[in-house]
Design a protein around this ligand. Structure first.
Ligand SMILES: [Cu+2]
Length: 443
């Protein structure tokens, strides 16, 4: 599916015309709204093929594959792929309730409604980027449930793209794991997918979209999923009174803009054609069977309709780094009082490594990926790996204002400008400063 040469081949007229991605984007942008853009021609041609049930042009070596077409689903299933399995289909506007968890008659579920929509998110005052956002917020809503609770999440897709939710760190039935094409069909526009599972194990976890992860999960379909333990053992040694979450994020706003525009342009066409019955809903805009897939692999000349204008393969160079949706100086300060213990749950949603360093204090690293360490570790810089969660405890024993930041200097910038990015301040609330700088970036 991925074009290695980053070129789009347009074969709607059977004449070969190569359009570079950038040229294509320019053409698309130049076309008046509603006018026929290149995508339309490609998608329409593709739809015609599908509607007419036209056999793909298959060479000699492909004859066998073409003949055994009817059995392809079975043939492929032994390789573990769900792409071509029989029954791999959905109808629009559906509520999908997969098996695997007890029915609502058997256990009492805590029910949450989560949707995804496109919002214009403000990273810094006046600096915005369009993002996919759970319930319209960045990061998504925080879940706080108790160990052993039964959780039901009704996930509705209010965008023209496809999505899922993966529950990162939760031990659940595989049918609820949220990986498109592996454990479930992607959730189509307008559809609702019902996730049901038990909240376990206890600890700091998170959730994110697993569709087109570099765009969706990173920008910004992610949120904290906290499972509070039955027994709070950590509180004995660290009697913390406040519990903070810090989602660490990195965004390439140029990538987001191009990728999202491309995807939505493609999906507009696909969704229209599906609604008109011209494109088979069953295929999700993917290959209609294994023969088509194999032919595409052999020729290297196929892109699924919804991928026509995608910038797959483009290098992602994050230019904004954020904590809970904001870059410094818009980051929220962490409040602490003298003598107070606080807990901070660091969750790395960014895809990059972060080296979070706290000034003026040591802290205690107590948990990783939700599991408490056998022995807490005293440190002042913690290496936070992509996808991981790390819990630390801080004692307010040095009144003042203290920087807490990613020590990778390129990641404390806003679009290249220092200071900024992944930086916040540990601020004592019961403290009258004797001296403050006369100039600050947040004035
Ligand atoms: Cu998504």
């Amino acid at each position: 599916m991925k074009k290695t040469d980053q070129e789009l081949k347009q074969d709607s007229s059977r004449s070969t015309e190569k359009v570079s991605r950038r040229d294509f984007l320019r053409q698309t942008a130049a076309a008046a709204s509603g006018a026929v853009a290149a995508t339309t021609a490609i998608a329409a041609a593709r739809a015609e093929e599908v509607a007419a049930g036209a056999k793909a042009a298959i060479g000699k070596s492909m004859d066998h594959a073409a003949m055994s077409h009817a059995n392809m689903g079975h043939d492929m299933s032994k390789y573990g792929s769900m792409m071509f399995m029989e029954g791999h289909s959905m109808k629009p506007g559906q509520v999908i309730e997969p098996p695997g968890s007890p029915s609502p008659n058997e256990v009492e579920y805590k029910v949450f409604d989560v949707d995804v929509q496109i919002i214009e998110h403000e990273i810094l005052p006046g600096i915005t980027s369009h993002m996919f956002a759970f319930n319209g917020q960045v990061p998504g809503p925080e879940f706080h449930v108790n160990e052993g609770d039964w959780v039901q999440v009704n996930f509705t897709n209010h965008t023209e793209e496809m999505h899922t939710i993966h529950w990162h760190g939760i031990i659940l039935p595989y049918t609820m794991d949220g990986v498109p094409m592996v454990t479930q069909d992607p959730v189509h526009p307008g559809d609702t997918f019902v996730y049901r599972f038990q909240a376990k194990p206890a600890g700091t976890h998170w959730y994110h979209c697993h569709w087109s992860t570099p765009l969706h999960a990173a920008s910004a379909m992610h949120g904290a999923f906290i499972v509070h333990p039955k027994k709070e053992t950590l509180k004995k040694r660290f009697p913390y009174s406040r519990d903070y979450i810090m989602m660490l994020e990195a965004w390439d706003t140029n990538f987001i803009r191009e990728e999202m525009n491309g995807l939505l342009e493609g999906m507009k066409e696909v969704n229209l054609l599906m609604s008109q019955g011209k494109l088979d809903y069953k295929t999700h805009g993917f290959f209609k069977d294994y023969a088509e897939f194999k032919q595409a692999v052999e020729s290297g000349e196929y892109i699924a309709p919804y991928l026509q204008s995608r910038s797959s393969g483009v290098e992602i160079k994050p230019n904004f780094f954020a904590i809970n949706g904001k870059s410094y100086p818009a980051t929220k300060r962490i409040g602490i009082k003298q003598g107070e213990w606080i807990r901070i749950r660091l969750i790395n949603a960014s895809g990059l490594s972060h080296h979070m360093h706290l000034h003026g204090h040591d802290f205690w690293w107590v948990s990783q990926d939700g599991a408490d360490l056998p022995e807490p570790r005293r440190m002042n810089t913690i290496h936070v790996e992509p996808g991981g969660t790390y819990d630390i405890m801080i004692l307010g024993d040095n009144p003042g204002f203290w920087t807490f930041h990613d020590h990778k200097t390129t990641q404390v910038r806003n679009n290249g400008i220092y200071p900024g990015g992944m930086l916040t301040v540990l601020a004592y609330e019961d403290f009258e400063p004797t001296y403050i700088p006369s100039v600050s970036v947040d004035q």
